[in-house]
Design a protein around this ligand. Structure first.
Ligand SMILES: *Cc1c(COP(=O)(O)O)cnc(C)c1O
Length: 221
């Protein structure tokens, strides 16, 4: 299957659903992104700042760039002028830096809190308790140049479909719980970023609004 055919497959799959595709383009050459763009895909996800900047400079201006990987505070300044959504906020300090850089460019930068749902030591993210504390903190509430629009999570890399489903379901439940609470004005729980090549079907069933798919579109890395 070509990149064009793969994009068409996902467009059809997501038609009439509340979920949208983010094509994860990390490590892939610009020519491949160009093909995806011409097939109608304008939401790209990258996990490294430097790589995202280089691709941003070479590709059309109407692409939405999603930062999906771990973000260091000292790199926020490079993506602040153009990034569409940061999926990987995992501390107040990072959120404050995004706010500071957003202010410099007179932007309100949309962010997701990355929630730790996997049974693995290697994944970044906040626990449910930490996320809720961050959302309710006066420090976060006063940030005028960010907007927290939802949550992101990565399931455990496992063959157990039940475990993956359980992790996604838990994240969705937390997301729904948060919606019932009084949250600061700069917060709106509307996006749930979950699902990758290996588990996007489960994520769709469990209520994802943004699937992040790389290898199923562009081939293995
Ligand atoms: C690489 C990556 C993806 C996409 O992974 P695939 O298995 O290639 O679909 C999704 N989300 C994050 C955070 C990633 O780093």
């Amino acid at each position: 299957m070509s990149i064009t055919q793969n994009i068409q497959y996902f467009n059809q799959l997501l038609e009439n659903t509340p979920c949208r595709l983010i094509a994860v383009t990390k490590t892939k050459p610009v020519a491949m992104l160009q093909e995806a763009y011409e097939a109608g895909c304008k939401q790209f996800g990258e996990n490294r700042v430097q790589e995202m900047m280089e691709k941003y400079e070479q590709l059309p201006g109407d692409i939405d760039w999603h930062l999906i990987g771990h973000l260091q505070t000292n790199k926020v300044k490079y993506i602040a002028p153009f990034v569409r959504l940061i999926h990987s906020i995992d501390s107040l300090k990072l959120l404050q830096e995004v706010n500071k850089q957003g202010a410099k460019y007179n932007r309100v930068i949309e962010c997701l809190l990355q929630i730790y749902i996997a049974q693995e030591e290697t994944k970044f993210g906040l626990s449910f308790e930490e996320a809720e504390a961050l959302l309710q903190s006066p420090e976060a509430a006063q940030l005028a140049n960010i907007r927290i629009v939802g949550l992101m999570g990565m399931a455990t890399l496992t063959d157990s479909r039940e475990q993956i489903r359980r992790e996604f379901r838990g994240l969705k439940q937390f997301f729904e719980q948060l919606k019932t609470k009084t949250l600061p004005a700069n917060t709106e729980m509307k996006e749930l970023s979950m699902g990758m090549s290996g588990d996007y079907q489960l994520a769709l069933q469990e209520g994802s609004t943004l699937i992040r798919v790389g290898s199923s579109i562009f081939g293995t890395r």
